[in-house]
Design a protein around this ligand. Structure first.
Ligand code: A2P
Length: 323
């Protein structure tokens, strides 16, 4: 089935989103891409293995159509222990709309190897799709589906907004593409990227993002290290604490009626971000992002995750992709 999502172009309280192509290749009619590069995108001494894997999809329906914020499916070859063919796994595209090659024929994703112990047997457990993708050599073929996703997108009129992007770990993937799209379009919008990782060596695309920030005064790249001191000597912190340390920049940016907030990464950070918004944004600005029951507003420290979408409801100016 091929479907184009022509709607919605307008969402109450939120910005209009562009139409995007969806499901042009399904599991029943997948396409084949060829790996053209695979590079580690952390510092050399990082304990985690994260790769920027670029795939040539020229001639497929994914080429030139997939947008940052969308995903594509990867179908690993082979079967599970029960003999069933492996199911597809979704990966966020990390390339900009023009692709890695300037034409949209080469797309990329940011993959972290899943390496763990089985909780009961304590045997080594390797995630199927992530290790398959990371093992692939240049020139090898990979079976793909997609594009998918129509809600986690840049707005239809990017110049009408300012942006706060908050990522943990590989949650950076969609933001890499979005930020390149925004900065290459020449817009003067304010763009802040808050990036949380355990150690400085785990920062993804760090040299690239540092260079972008040095070239573009409207792009603010702010890191948060959770297990070691910050480069300026400050204590370890979670990414959402940057709403306090960078309150002037972030509250000003979000308080204007141009502000949009994008969150991608660990589900656990969502609550912390909402609490920080409630603490740092003045009332009228806060209402643009969160609708909060009056009794909850008086007890921010006691908020729990189960309150999200009930007593604490994000508006359509917050875009979340958490897992
Ligand atoms: P930590 O693991 O020190 O608790 P990665 O995906 O590379 O592991 O990075 C995820 C980052 O998100 C880590 O720095 C991790 O910190 C951090 N993190 C974990 N839980 C939360 C949370 N509830 N809010 C914000 N950040 C979190």
């Amino acid at each position: 089935m091929a479907a184009t999502d022509a709607q919605p172009t307008h969402r109450e309280e939120g910005p209009a989103l562009p139409s995007v192509s969806m499901h042009l290749h399904t599991p029943a009619a997948p396409c084949v891409g060829t790996v053209v590069s695979s590079e580690r995108c952390t510092g050399a001494k990082s304990q985690s293995f994260v790769r920027h894997v670029a795939i040539d999809v020229s001639g497929t329906q994914i080429a030139r159509t997939i947008r940052p914020g969308q995903s594509f499916g990867v179908i690993p070859p082979g079967a599970d222990e029960q003999g069933r063919s492996h199911k597809l796994r979704l990966y966020s595209v990390s390339s900009p709309s023009r692709g890695e090659d300037g034409k949209g024929d080469v797309i990329a994703t940011t993959v972290k190897r899943t390496i763990d112990e089985h909780w009961q047997t304590h045997k080594l457990f390797l995630g199927v799709a992530s290790n398959y993708l990371c093992d692939l050599q240049v020139g090898e073929k990979v079976t793909l589906t997609g594009p998918s996703g129509k809600r986690f997108l840049l707005p239809a009129d990017p110049a009408a907004h300012d942006y706060v992007f908050v990522a943990t770990g590989t949650g950076i993937a969609p933001f890499r593409g979005m930020i390149i799209d925004l900065l290459e379009s020449g817009i003067t919008s304010q763009i802040a990227l808050l990036m949380g990782v355990p150690y400085a060596n785990d920062l993804l695309y760090h040299p690239f993002l540092t260079e972008l920030a040095s070239k573009h005064p409207n792009f603010h790249y702010i890191t948060a290290l959770s297990r070691e001191r910050q480069p300026d000597g400050a204590q370890p912190l979670y990414v959402q604490q940057r709403f306090q340390t960078h309150r002037d920049l972030l509250a000003t940016l979000l308080a204007s009626d141009r502000g949009l907030l994008y969150v991608c990464g660990l589900a656990g950070m969502e609550l912390g971000i909402f609490q920080q918004l409630a603490r740092t944004l003045p009332g009228p600005a806060l209402e643009q992002y969160l609708r909060i029951d009056p009794e909850a507003l008086g007890a921010i420290d006691a908020w729990e995750r189960r309150m999200i979408h009930k007593q604490v409801r994000p508006t359509r100016r917050i875009f979340t992709e958490v897992y």
